[in-house]
Design a binder for this molecule. Sequence first.
Ligand code: AMP
Length: 287
Amino acid sequence: MQLIKTIDEARRVIGQVRYDGRKVALVPTMGALHAGHMSLIQAAGQACDFIVVTIFVNPTQFGAGEDLGKYPRDLERASEMCRLAGVDVVFAPDPDQMYPDEPMTWVNVEGLTEGLCGESRQGHFRGVTTVCAKLFNIIRADIAFFGQKDAQQVIVIDRMVADLNIPLKIVVCPTVRQPDGLAISSRNQYLSPEERKDALLLYAALQECRRMIDGGCRSCPELIGAMQKVLGQSPRIVPDYVSIVDAENLKNIETIDQTALVAVAVMVGATRLIDNIIVDLNKPDDI
Ligand code: AMP
């Protein structure tokens, strides 16, 4: 496995791989690798001949007062995990490689980025889409792998790729959870033992929603009310949003009659956690 720090070197090495006719997978990450990331790497290995994992804590997607400074960084550990997982290249540029100057060009997907996480994290998705566009141009993979855990993110990126005719396929991999249901996240390590218990209420709320839908409830206000009640069991949980939206256009819906995204974001103490399920009435339980 090669650890590459510069754009020129990444282009040279991956360019040769493409020239040899090999299929290149890209797994973009911020580096605090866990089982969720490893599932993307595994899916990449099944679909492609050459796996590139990018590790970059992208400053332009963090807002003022967010956790850019304290975000866990351990390149040695991440590289070793990648090596053991059969990754071919880890591309880990420093911020001044990716942003030698203050950028003047931004990629902004309208509409899809205004609600859900976009509402409380102003500018977040602009940072995500811009850095992904840059990474897509540098790596020039055939397929990029993203997690369902960040549901809005992958919908936004998919739309950017379509709108800009980027020659790349986006694959979405299921959310990996702890045995007790907590969605695995790099930010879970910020949680105290009490907060870790409270965080389980996100999963409990989504399960309650799923249970009510299975029982025939189709009213989104009713489902949202029930989920808010579950989250209300802990005074340490401050909900940001509890939403049910159309899974394609991310607009709020009143009744579940199409494929819906049920998405929850909360603050547990100082830590922001998100989770979601897709409800497709034609498909069996996905939670
Ligand atoms: P991050 O390093 O947090 O930016 O995440 C990199 C990629 O891993 C994104 O596509 C995330 O959606 C994905 N990811 C993060 N957590 C999980 C999880 N629990 N299950 C599946 N994918 C995940």
